[in-house]
Each structure stands twice: as C-alpha cells, then as structure tokens.
Design a protein around this ligand. Structure first.
Ligand code: PXG
Length: 288
C-alpha cells in the first residue's frame, strides 16, 4: 500500500507523522471518506468542496488548491492500483507546541490513504441492519458544527460503542431536542406511503454526499423526498428505514431498539434506491 503524505508516496511502514501534530494531540484537523468504483472516484468534486468548507470553518488553511488536492487523490489511487476502494483524506493542523494554539502550527499536513473497505457483512446488506438509539447526543451547532468533518469523532466513537454493547451494528444519534440527527457515520431515511423523509441539517444531519445522491435518485425515479423533523416514533412506525454513507453505501435498517421496522426485511422503496445507487456508482465518477 502506498500512502501519500505532504507530496510524497510512502510505503505503509514508512508512512509516519510527528507526535507533535495537533491532529493527534487535539483531534485538530478535518477529513473526508471517499469511494472509488471501477477506477472512478465517486463525486470527488463534492467531497473536495466539503473538505475545504470543513477546513475553512475551523480556520485551517489547506496548503494546496482544490485542483492540486484532486490531482493528489487521483495520483494516490493510481499508485495503489485497485479497481475499487475507499480513500481517507486527512488534513491535520500540523506540527506545533504542547498547547492548544493552532497559530503555533505553521503547516498543515495532507495524508491520503487508499484501501479496501467492507464495514458490514454481506448478510447486513441482504437482511438489513440492527440499530440501537444512543444516549450520546449529536453535538449542537454552538459546540462544534455538525457540518464540520473534524478529526474529533469521539462522540461518534462512544455512540458506536453504546450501539455495539446493545447488540446492534449501528447507533442512532439524537440531537439536543431528542429528534433524530443521524447515525454515527450515516444519514437516516424513513419511508412512509412510498415517500421518503430525512432529518434536516438544523437537526444535526451531516450534508452527506451519499444523502445528496439519494435526493438525485429520487428526482430521477419520481420518488417524493423531504427534509423534516423525525423522532424515534417515526422510525418505529415507518414502512421502511435505510441509512446512507460513503462506507455503508445504502443499507436497510430492519430493527431499531429491538423493534421490527415495517415487515422486517428491506422494503421495495429501499431496494429501488439501492439498485439506482449501484447504477450511479458504476456509471459516474472521476477516472484515474
Ligand atoms: N454522518 C456522519 C457523522 C458521517 O461521518 C455520514 C453521515 C455520511 O456522509 P457521506 O458523505 O459519507 O455520505 C458520515 C460519513 C465509516 C466512516 O468508517 C464514515 C464517515 C466518517 C468516518 C467513518 O463508515 N463519514
């Protein structure tokens, strides 16, 4: 595996960063998770835009133009010579002192990893995921904006642990008002009478790239989709529920908090969205 760090490709064993990097010391940095299919990077431009927005939000100046970053991602994909895989693009604040101040970190670091990825077993895609509600809430807009994909994912990690301890595969995260925000690494959708609903950004949902793809798919398939407040009740009583994320792709949820959702198997609307998403990933993307 070849890993890109600050303009150079390294073997995995030599891919190292400083213990004084504020990405490590404080989780000070931002990242993207991106997929490539058939030697084409899915929605790369949108991921790059979101990365620069996250960085701008935390006053981190990425030492590359978006065009240079795009080229570096494609170069890393080529160097790893895989047809399909996952890209982790990480920007750390860089090396600084043992103090919080980011002003002591002159140069942010750029790390790009391209690797195979399978987060859920094939059975989960066939039968649907088991999800549990977490006590850990999604951060509010006045703590850290839910739109910033920062390197500080402790909240989400703790929520994931809660879900797994409850015997579930993914955790449902509520916001400070007790409404559904999203899962620990996926956006949430519910289906009722053939129409789809998903939480708003105001409720704490990330502006997911896969979420956007679902809106595009619904437009082309003529499925009604809306952003609205969603509570656990709405999921318990939904006909279908599914999640989206770069890593998870589109996957049905068939149980929440031990309760069966709908008929207990992936539903027809979910299956249509999954099929259209597969087609979209197969037929689009930036080639490398
Ligand atoms: N919400 C959160 C909090 C996320 O981190 C998504 C939604 C889905 O967004 P995209 O753009 O991927 O459709 C994410 C995605 C993983 C993993 O290993 C995924 C994410 C971050 C970290 C790990 O599944 N991000």
């Amino acid at each position: 595996m070849k890993i890109y760090i600050d303009g150079k490709l390294h073997d995995e064993a030599d891919a190292r960063i400083s213990v004084f990097d504020h990405g490590l010391l404080y989780g000070d940095g931002v990242f993207e998770g991106i997929r490539f299919y058939n030697r084409r990077v899915f929605r790369l431009e949108e991921h790059i835009r979101r990365l620069y927005d996250s960085a701008r939000s935390i006053l981190l100046n990425i030492p590359k133009t978006p065009e240079e970053m795009t080229a570096a991602v494609l170069e890393t994909c080529r160097a790893n010579n895989m047809d399909d895989g996952y890209i982790r693009l990480v920007i750390t604040r860089g090396v600084g002192g043992l103090g919080l101040s980011p002003y002591k970190c002159p140069t942010p670091s750029v790390i790009i990893i391209a690797a195979p990825l399978a987060i859920y077993p094939p059975e989960a895609y066939r039968d649907g995921l088991v999800v549990a509600t977490c006590a850990t809430r999604r951060p509010t807009h006045d703590t850290l904006s839910p739109q910033v994909k920062s390197l500080n994912y402790l909240n989400n990690v703790m929520a994931k642990v809660e879900a797994m301890q409850a015997g579930a595969e993914e955790g449902l995260m509520l916001n400070d008002r007790g409404l559904v925000a999203e899962c620990t690494a996926d956006n949430v959708f519910v289906v009722r009478n053939g129409a789809i609903n998903t939480p708003t950004f105001a409720a704490g949902a990330l502006d997911g790239i896969t979420r956007r793809a679902v809106f595009d798919i619904c437009a082309s398939l003529g499925i009604t989709i809306s952003e609205t407040d969603i509570s656990r009740h709405d999921i318990f009583t939904a006909d279908e529920c599914f999640l989206t994320g770069t890593a998870a792709e589109v996957i049905a949820v068939t149980k929440l908090d031990q309760r069966v959702i709908g008929t207990g198997i992936p539903g027809p609307v979910t299956n249509r969205v999954i099929a259209a998403f597969k087609e979209l990933t197969r037929s689009s993307g930036t080639p490398f």
